[in-house]
Design a protein around this ligand. Structure first.
Ligand code: SAM
Length: 291
């Protein structure tokens, strides 16, 4: 039997008198086949250290601990700490840290692994209310995580992994795909959680690129330009850029010159631009003195 077997989960919750806290995004997995698929997708073995975010009562942690060298699990809800000490008592390779992942100094944390030289993967069933902040916190931490295999709302997974010229493609696709390749591994129906969330979920596999997808002179400006280009999705690139850069003297001419230098038509929509297009655009705007 596993923690995630429905009857075991129910018994644990009852034994500890646990009540779900919606504000922490608590939807616990009760399907061992899905958990098996998650650890298979993440290719966890004894040569990998794992960071887990939000272990809950340990459904995924148990599957990870059985395979990984070590698991460090960050859980914000202090009520879950004694429960995890109970459910994971058979494992000596799991550390539960009672901390908000967004306030965690990840660089200091990963130094605590017994073998810090091993590759680190992030595997988690994320709290959905902060999916994007968590991903950006992990990516921007500068830690060379080799892979993220994480569950999130299906809609967000689609947006992150979207290709140009699709409805889901936007600044989030660019923010993540700049650093990582992203692919939906499989869909998870809402029925396998207690309590069931209102949306279906997906497992997204993101693998760090050896180098960012494109070379840009100013990363921050590149992301700003991408974001500005999607402000009003139905408007043209030209309209979005003129609203962003304003109408001061000379701006229009500089924008025209930058678009021409980047070989982009003013009438194109942001969603048609690839990462390479945005990189050329941001660099040309900067060269015109707009960045
Ligand atoms: N891993 C468990 C599972 O699959 O059954 C639970 C997943 S549940 C969707 C999300 C978990 O993240 C909850 O245990 C919740 O308390 C925790 N959590 C929410 N916000 C957090 C934060 N900022 N930092 C760390 N954990 C958080």
């Amino acid at each position: 039997m596993h923690i995630a077997d429905y009857s075991v989960t129910r018994a644990i919750l009852e034994r500890h008198g646990f009540t779900f806290k919606k504000s922490f995004g608590q939807n616990f997995l009760t399907d061992t086949n899905i958990l098996q698929k998650i650890v298979d997708t993440a290719e966890i073995d004894e040569a990998v250290n794992v960071i887990e975010i939000g272990p809950g009562i340990g459904a995924l942690t148990e599957f990870l601990a059985e395979r990984a060298a070590e698991v460090m699990a960050f859980e914000i809800d202090e009520r879950l700490v004694p429960i995890l000490a109970d459910t994971l008592r058979d494992f000596d390779n799991v550390t539960v840290v009672n901390q908000d992942i967004l306030k965690t100094d990840l660089e200091a944390a990963v130094k605590q692994f017994k073998n810090p030289a091993l590759p680190i993967k992030v595997v988690a069933n994320l709290p959905y209310y902060i999916t994007t902040p968590i991903l950006m916190h992990l990516i921007e931490s500068g830690i060379p995580f080799s892979e993220f295999v994480v569950m999130m709302q299906r809609e967000v997974a689609d947006r992150i992994s979207a290709e140009p010229n699709t409805k889901a493609y936007g600044s989030l696709s660019i923010a993540v795909q700049y650093y990582m390749t992203a692919k939906v591994a499989f869909i998870v129906p809402r029925t396998v959680f207690v309590p069931a969330p209102n949306v279906d979920s997906a497992i997204l596999k993101m693998t760090r690129r050896p180098e960012p997808a494109v070379a840009v002179t100013d990363e921050k400006f590149f992301f700003k330009v991408a974001k500005a280009s999607f402000t009003h999705r139905r408007k043209t690139l030209w309209n979005n850029l003129t609203s962003y850069f304003g109408k001061a003297d000379g701006v229009k001419e500089k924008l025209e010159a930058a678009l021409e230098a980047a070989s982009l038509q003013p009438s194109v929509r942001g969603e048609a631009l690839t990462l390479e297009d945005f990189a050329r655009l941001a660099d040309s705007l900067k060269a015109e003195g707009l960045g």
